[in-house]
Structure formats: structure tokens, C-alpha cells
Design a binder for this molecule. Sequence first.
Ligand code: SAH
Length: 429
Amino acid sequence: MNETTIRPTSRHAPRPGGPDDGTDAGARPQVRPAAEGWKQQLAADGRPALQFASPRRAQPETHLADLTPAERVAKVEALGLPRFRARQLSTHYFTHCTTDAAAMTDLPAAGRDELVSALLPPLLTEVRRLRTDDGKTVKFLWKLFDGALVESVLMRYPGRITLCISSQAGCGMNCPFCATGQAGLTRNLSAAEIVDQVVAANRAVAGGELADDPGRRRGSQPGPAPAARETDRVHNVVFMGMGEPLANYKRLMTAIRTLIAPRPDGLGMSARAITVSSVGLVPAIRKLADEGLPLTFALSLHAPDDGLRDELIPVNSRWKVDDALDAARYYFEKTGRRVSIEYALIKDMNDHAWRAELLARKLNERGRGWVHVNPIPLNPTPGSIWTASEPDVTAEFVHRLESAGIPTTLRDTRGKEIDGACGQLAAAE
Ligand code: SAH
């Protein structure tokens, strides 16, 4: 993901570091998180409101992708049809990305439309498609059956295609630096609404909508380009779009089981290629660890000290930094999968060198080799208190982590020009 581990250009004299020593903290201001240009919802106790449960709203019609393979057969049989029709429909949907009854010529014409509308009701209506990075990043805005809006972002990297998807319409976690949280939670997505984002992206990729790698452009390599296209599909899915995936746990897991089910029962993706990112819902992280799936887990930490994290990530009022890190470590122990720590670097707010050192200490206390850190310069709004760290400060932050033995990869998020980068998904028509 444009991963460039950068090193400091000039070595700063090592600072003693530490919140109280006055050196680093004193040399640079401490900006406190605050909502700018919108009013953060507060709970009765005066703290930022948290919404864990989805408002009770109608869910879309049941779709093939909401059902297990056995349930699909049962549904087809309930319609008075032979069981193998379920498999045929699954092949059309997951393998050929089609929901068009007219294209399903292996199904008898009589009753075909009824079968397709019973099992493949339309879920996502495209409202808008925006492109950037020479066509290698595409943001989709989707309207759901009830008018709720969600976005997904498709990105081509050398050798792989990544899709960033939404798990909820809106988000109830109320993080003041993230655009998605500002409007609150509209509702949970159904499992099929989650899966359908991937199917729709595969359809777009198969249709040549995503620009090719320069090295793979037609004519630049021997052999026919269209043949190569057939294997072109989404390889990685990251739950870093709208919503807190672990707050929609049951549907999230149903969707994931379908993403990893071999074709034609699902999309045949590798569990390792699916990243679940969370603000730190500790019991749900532990539950995810116990699922026995080698998914990738990312924790949005953003501050190693509760003093700041309480303000930056409202859910920290429930589960503290140490609780979240213990759960992340548990995830590693149960799955053997190295955990990612996400850290948006925000100028003068969380980017102090002492915080890099405190973070490294807290990670090292829990063992070696179990974790890596992904700092992401905040997607900037110039003049706001929410501005990306300066390059030398970013470099120093990375350097302090690396010096402490923490593998660190600076990420440059894609799609800023189309408000498709991390934290910018706000879905307005
Ligand atoms: N709710 C989940 C997933 C969605 S956000 C979570 O919080 O992990 C995906 C990532 O983008 C999170 O790490 C989030 O903190 C980060 N993010 C949010 N706003 C951002 C911004 N303005 N700049 C950079 N990253 C941001």
C-alpha cells in the first residue's frame, strides 16, 4: 500500500522522552482533540456518546450471500426446485459476478426470473464512481434499499488488488478525527450487503474499470492481456471503510465465511488476505481470536496513553489502552497472526517522540515479533487542529519505534483527492 519505511534525514539528538520531563512535551505544544465544524454527540455523563447497537431498522431482503450453502439449498427446495439450482445460482453470483437472469441460460426459462429475484435481490445501487491515481483507485458510493449510503474503495497495487469495504452505514464510535463518525450510526449492513461490495468490485475489475499495472498493460508484455484479466479480482479485503466491524459481529462473520468459502459456495479468498480493523472492542477481539480463522487483525490505537486516547477514541472510556493491547496480544497467541497497530499521526497531538517510546515499551512488554505498527499521516485539512504531522516529526516517530525493535511501516493512504482515504468516508449524495 505505497509502503515506504522512511528514515529520518537528520538524526535528532535523542530526547530524554516522557510526558513529564518537559523536553519533548515542552518543546512542542500538546494540541487536544476537539470537534471542529460539527457538534460531537455527548452521552448523559458528558462524555462522547457511543452507540454499540444498531438502530432497529428494516433489513434488506434475504440474499443468497446471507445464507450458508445448506440454507441456500433449503430455500431453493422450498421454492419447489431441485437442490442443484442453489449451486448454479452461486456460480453465477460468486464466480461470474452476475445477477442478470437473462445471462443464466443453464436455468430453465420458466421461473428463472422468480428464482433470481428470490435469491439475488438487488442490494447496492450505484450512485457515483470516482477515480484517481491514474485510474488505480476507484471509490464507489452505493445506495442501499432503504436509502442508506455506504462507500467502498478499490485500489490496485503492484501484484494485488485491495478493496476497502464498509461494515455499517455510518458509525457509532464517534472518533472526532474521522468523517464517518460525525453523522452517527444509521444501521448495520447485512452480511450480503458486505459481500456484495466485493462482488461488485470484482465485476468492475473484470470489466476493466481499474487501470492496469504499468507492467501489465496490453502490448507491454508478450501474450494476450485479456487472458491475464481473468485472474484479476480482489485479492485483499480490508474492513477499513465505514463502520466498526466488531460492532456488527454476527453479520461480519457470516460475510467473512462467505468470502473465504471455496467457489462456488463463496469467493474463495484467503482468510489471511482479510483484515478486520477495530477501535478496540475488547470482548469482540477475543471472540474473533477464538474463531480459529487466520484473519489479519488491526487495532486502531492512535495513542499509547489513556490521557490522550480517552479523548481521541471515545471507546477508550470502556476499554483502556492496556486492555486493548492485551486483547491484541491474545489475538496473536490464538491465531499466530501478527497484529497491526494503526496510528494516524496528528500534528502536535499524538506524534511526540515520547509517545513513540511509550508505545514501543508497551508493545515490547507483551513480547517480541507479535506486532507491527502502521503510522499513517492523518489525511489533512490545512489549518485545522487535525493536520498531518510534519515529515521530520513523522520520521522521528518511525525511527524511535524502529530503534526499539518494533517493525514499522509508514502508510501513505490512497484516494485523498476523492475523499476516499482513511477517515474520509462520509457518503453524501
Ligand atoms: N472502525 C474501524 C475501521 C474503520 S477506520 C477502526 O476504527 O479501525 C479505518 C482506519 O482509518 C482506522 O485506523 C481509523 O482510525 C483510520 N482513520 C480514521 N480517520 C482517519 C484520518 N482522518 N486519517 C487517517 N486515518 C484515519
